[in-house]
Design a protein around this ligand. Structure first.
Ligand code: THU
Length: 133
């Protein structure tokens, strides 16, 4: 067992991933967060004809989480497309840093299942966060 919550997070990320708006990359991503108040919050990537205005799945999930009144992420599943590891991009690592702990687990998956688990600290060492200000 990867973790107690992995299966429900994977299912939630998999459903939202199907809704991704990706006419340009055709690369669907779904993210699911377990929050401290025990909700599962999801998001998919949303691309735009003006490419830089596109939004990653993790950023969508963060917006949804804050809009739903939760602020703390305990565990994350990200499901990308294809066979290579889809890890959160650099910008999303920093976005997650705002709302997670350094030991928060990020389970990186493809459509078929789990590929790798890292902590936020593994992905973003020596990071800058809210305590710095
Ligand atoms: N993408 C995400 O949604 N999350 C990531 O962490 C990696 C990249 C999206 C952005 C874009 O819509 C597509 O994947 C291809 O880069």
């Amino acid at each position: 067992m990867i973790s107690k919550n992995f299966d429900s997070l994977f299912k939630a990320a998999s459903s939202v991933r199907k809704l991704a708006h990706v006419p340009y990359s055709n690369f669907k991503v779904g993210a699911a967060f377990l929050t401290e108040d025990n909700k599962i919050i999801t998001g998919c990537n949303v691309e735009n004809a003006a490419y830089p205005q596109s939004q990653c799945a993790e950023a969508t999930a963060i917006g949804n989480m804050i809009s739903n009144g939760s602020q703390k992420i305990l565990e994350i599943v990200v499901i990308g497309s294809g066979d290579l590891l889809c890890s959160p991009c650099g910008g999303c690592r920093q976005r997650i840093r705002e709302f997670a702990s350094l030991d928060t687990k990020i389970h990186m998956c493809n459509e078929n299942g789990h590929m790798k688990t890292s902590t936020l600290e593994d992905l973003l060492p020596d990071s800058f966060g809210p305590e710095n200000l």
